[in-house]
Design a protein around this ligand. Structure first.
Ligand SMILES: Nc1ncnc2c1ncn2[C@@H]1O[C@H](COP(=O)(O)OP(=O)(O)OP(=O)(O)O)[C@@H](O)[C@H]1O
Ligand SMILES: [Mg+2]
Length: 222
């Protein structure tokens, strides 16, 4: 069963594309059949995938109304994808609503700054309202990106998110050059970045959030 995973955060530059690429490439390394859909006009994800260094299928979707048909087509294709990961633009959009609506799992990245934390909190509320409107459950987690663990600002941001009782992964994609290098190599994270990303993936597995690893997420409507 194909699982749709959407990465969303209404504040730009929080690490959406970095998180998506990290998870997608680790899943590919584990033998998963993966497709990625870039819906962000900046097409960073598409550019990365187009370097051809990672064995996955990819497409760019420009118009809101094209997203659901694109997902349907991928899901019914002979490729039998284990997961389709959708990247979104760093602002509120109808496209993001479609992408959230299609998902069984939503990941909300946040760096350790006030703007990102605010964005993560608002984005989580937005995901919940989409889920309520559609009368379904969408598992969602905040994932901290690009952080230095023991700084005051990191603690303040974690406290702000936790005060709202928003589900958050303990695992983080800490500040590592290996995450930045992915955009030039076309590959997944390497060295210490890979180790960090693997811990994020492992926590998602433990939470049974990833169907490929025996997770329990329901099928999303698409
Ligand atoms: N863990 C990390 N370590 C180092 N750099 C990081 C990390 N996470 C993200 N970055 C850097 O932060 C910047 C923004 O990340 P990214 O492009 O993934 O964010 P985004 O949310 O997709 O942005 P946009 O809203 O513009 O699409 C990039 O330069 C990326 O390399
Ligand atoms: Mg991006």
């Amino acid at each position: 069963m194909t699982q749709i995973i959407t990465v969303v955060q209404e504040k730009g530059g929080a690490g959406k594309t970095t998180l998506l690429i990290s998870i997608a490439s680790l899943m590919v390394a584990d033998g998963a059949k993966v497709a990625v859909i870039d819906t962000d006009p900046k097409d960073d994800l598409y550019d990365w995938a187009d370097m051809g260094q990672t064995d996955l299928d990819y497409l760019f979707v420009k118009h809101d109304e094209e997203l659901m048909p694109a997902i349907k087509k991928l899901k019914s294709s002979d490729a039998k994808y284990d997961a389709i990961l959708i990247d979104t633009a760093g602002f509120k959009s109808a496209m993001a609503v479609y992408a959230i609506n299609a998902a069984a799992l939503v990941l909300i990245p946040s760096k350790a700054n006030k703007g990102d934390a605010k964005g993560a909190i608002k984005t989580y509320a937005h995901v919940q309202s989409v889920a309520e409107n559609m009368d379904k459950e969408i598992k969602s987690y905040v994932v901290m990106m690009d952080i230095d663990a023991n700084t005051n600002i990191t603690h303040a941001v974690l406290d702000a998110i936790d005060e709202q009782e928003i589900p958050r992964l303990n695992a983080v994609c800490a500040h590592r050059t290996g995450f930045k290098e992915m955009t030039t190599t076309g590959k997944g994270p390497e060295k210490s970045a890979k180790e960090a990303a693997k811990v994020v993936l492992a926590e998602l597995q433990i939470k049974k959030a990833l169907n490929y690893y025996g997770g329990e997420n329901g099928e999303a409507a698409a």
